[in-house]
Design a protein around this ligand. Structure first.
Ligand SMILES: O=C(O)CCC(=O)C(=O)O
Length: 261
């Protein structure tokens, strides 16, 4: 994420100079080179039980990777938090069932999708865009608080996402390399949450083609795509079937929170 003026600035006064108490309390955490301090994360994640406190009171380690400008918060959601988010996503999907969008070229996507929020992402022969209704003609359900709390914890932004795109990957689904560029203002980050089976996530640069790097995303991992890397190409090459027990019928759910307008 870019620091300095603009919407990506984190409001936490401790971002650069955490107070001694803050550091001491969370000694052992590995901090990202960007993002909020752990004190702020803790505040935002109070509702996602079990994230920061473990039984011996010593805290636990969090690994934050930076790959091609994307910040990857490994195991950001523990199993309890993953179940909480999943339960809320199930309620969304009951009201706004998954559908398979068509590419502008007329091919059905392998990933099934739906959305929560004011806008939902949509695609058909007329192109990629945000729509204010599900294809069944109803408004998209609200973005669950458990999901918003991840945004709050990792971005610290006042501005909230207006869309949470929900992707379901069966074992044979994948997503080609693309940029997220249907939003009006690329200064806002996109925050991506992985639930269920592992996925091979590929990250490139701003230009199509060229060198890429890949890593396996696991259930509970959260990726922040912002700042200079906001328009980096990315995609999912494959899903490792049976690698997680979170979804009883298998597969992977990915949530991406986006500021649309
Ligand atoms: O499934 C993922 O991890 C990435 C999803 C994605 O790139 C998108 O929805 O635009």
């Amino acid at each position: 994420m870019t620091r300095g003026a603009g919407p990506l600035r984190h409001p936490c006064p401790d971002l650069f100079t955490p107070k001694a108490g803050c550091l001491q309390r969370f000694e052992g955490y590995i901090r990202s080179s960007s993002g909020p301090c752990n004190r702020c994360m803790r505040k935002e994640l109070e509702n996602l039980r079990g994230f920061f406190d473990n039984k011996d009171g010593k805290g636990k380690y969090m690994t934050v990777l930076r790959l091609r400008g994307f910040d990857i918060y490994k195991a950001f959601l523990d199993p309890v938090a993953q179940q909480a988010v999943l339960g809320d996503i199930r309620s969304v999907v009951k009201k706004a069932p998954f559908f398979r969008p068509e590419t502008p070229g007329g091919k059905k996507m392998s990933v099934r999708m739906t959305s929560a929020g004011q806008y939902g992402w949509f695609s058909d022969a007329d192109g990629y865009r945000y729509a204010d209704q599900h294809p069944n003609g109803t408004a998209w359900p609200a973005i669950p608080e458990t999901v918003l709390s991840i945004w709050n914890a990792l971005t610290g932004l006042e501005r909230k996402p207006e869309c949470c795109l929900i992707n379901y990957y069966a074992s044979d689904a994948k997503m080609g390399m693309h940029q997220d560029r249907d939003e009006a203002d690329f200064r806002w980050p996109v925050v991506s949450v992985s639930l269920g089976d592992e996925a091979l996530f590929r990250i490139g640069g701003q230009k199509r083609g060229g060198k890429t790097d890949s890593l396996w995303l696991q259930s509970g991992d959260v990726v922040v795509m912002g700042g200079e890397a906001r328009l980096n190409h990315h995609g999912v090459d494959r899903v490792r079937a049976g690698s997680s027990k979170l979804l009883p019928k298998g597969g992977r759910i990915n949530l991406t929170m986006r500021v649309v307008k």
